[in-house]
Design a protein around this ligand. Structure first.
Ligand SMILES: O=C(O)C(=O)C[C@]1(C(=O)O)C=C[C@@H](O)C=C1
Length: 357
């Protein structure tokens, strides 16, 4: 086959794809009308998961799960925009890993707002300025983001979904050889996580490591100043148009960050593979066994606890705690319902949502 005839065949398929996508969007428009008349939510992560799972199972071609996911998440984002444009706030700046996580859920077509603090993301969802907010909750090498955990207690928001992204760093610079680089910008944590690459590549060279407040800022500086470089995310290097000299320079390729997608009064239907997050403020934790007995209720019902984090209650001069608890399953399942009912006065449900492996 010639290049021209292959391209002609591709054009024919693209025509069909576009026509099918338009037919799909017409149905989505009708779904949007139904949802508006019954006042139900547009974003249905459990339905999106169902679609991707089904497509992956019946698929026998070259597309793998990541490819199916990448394309369909964009289709869902366009669909949701058609049903009702929804704004998404994320912990900025633009090009941050949280931006990347937000795009992994809401696609490139959604309307995004970069905000300077985790608190401002919570507040913009709380006041209804945006429908969804994306914040980091933990990194598997560095631990939890305390500000997010504390705001989950302070604010009355739901968790609509979670996202996990592998944290890859790139080395970006306009310089054409490493010896001409005098300054390398990044966040201190990124320097720490890429220390092996930096040590090996700059042994005997003069480059100075300059910590700045974000890896996006580092990329911006590397775009403005010749003979400098940035250790930053892929998305930031592309955003500021700094050539990527090396990709995946982190010491551990197991480095992942988990993000929460927050919304107001949000409830997902069970998807068959869910996770639930709760806040427990147990009475009388000074008495022996109160916490152990509470946790035992999960064990007795074979509910797997996946996380427990204690934080100070900040009530008077005491050492008392509240707990952020995560477990497998959905709050509509009878076993979890029982625990929620037993402890109705002490436990607040933040949400059940599709579990990311
Ligand atoms: O099925 C729905 O509820 C839809 O709104 C349609 C659709 C889709 O494009 O398939 C769009 C948005 C939802 O998050 C899930 C699915």
């Amino acid at each position: 086959m010639t290049l021209e005839s292959l391209r002609n065949s591709i054009d024919t398929i693209d025509d069909q794809l576009l026509s099918l996508l338009n037919q799909r969007m017409e149905l989505v428009r009708q779904v949007g009308e139904l949802k508006r008349s019954s006042n139900t939510v547009i974003y249905r992560p459990e339905r999106e998961k169902q679609i991707i799972d089904r497509l992956q199972q019946m698929n026998d071609g070259l597309m793998n799960r990541s490819a199916i996911e990448a394309i369909f998440l964009e289709i869902f984002a366009v669909s949701r925009n058609l049903e009702l444009p929804e704004r998404v706030a994320f912990l900025g700046p633009e090009g941050s890993f949280t931006h990347q996580a937000a795009e992994s859920r809401f696609g490139a077509m959604s309307a995004y707002m970069a905000l300077p603090t985790i608190r401002s993301v919570f507040e913009s969802v709380e006041t209804g300025r945006v429908r969804f907010g994306v914040v980091p909750i933990e990194n598997n090498q560095e631990g939890v983001v305390l500000e997010t955990i504390d705001l989950l207690l302070e604010k009355d928001l739901s968790i609509a979904a979670e996202a996990q992204i592998p944290v890859h760093f790139t080395f970006a610079s306009q310089a054409d050889n490493l010896a001409s680089i005098t300054h390398i910008y990044s966040k201190d944590i990124a320097f720490r996580q890429c220390s092996k690459f930096l040590k090996d590549s700059f042994e005997g060279l003069q480059a100075e490591l300059i910590p700045v407040e974000s890896t996006s800022r580092a990329a911006k500086l590397a775009a403005l100043e010749p003979n400098t470089a940035a250790v930053c995310s892929h998305i930031a290097a592309k955003l500021f148009d700094v050539p990527i000299l090396f990709d995946n320079i982190e010491d551990s390729d197991l480095n992942r960050t988990r993000f929460l997608i927050l919304a107001k009064n949000f409830k997902n239907q069970p998807s068959g593979s869910d996770k639930t997050t709760l806040i427990a403020k147990l009475a009388n934790t000074e008495s022996p066994g109160v916490l152990a007995e509470f946790l035992q209720e999960f064990n007795a019902r074979k509910i797997n606890l996946t996380k427990i984090e204690s934080r100070p209650l900040r009530e008077g001069a005491t050492f008392r705690y509240w707990f952020l608890i995560e477990c497998e399953g959905h709050s509509d399942e009878p076993a979890l319902q029982e625990i929620l009912n037993h402890h109705a006065a002490e436990v607040k449900l933040l949400g059940s949502y599709v579990r990311v492996a």
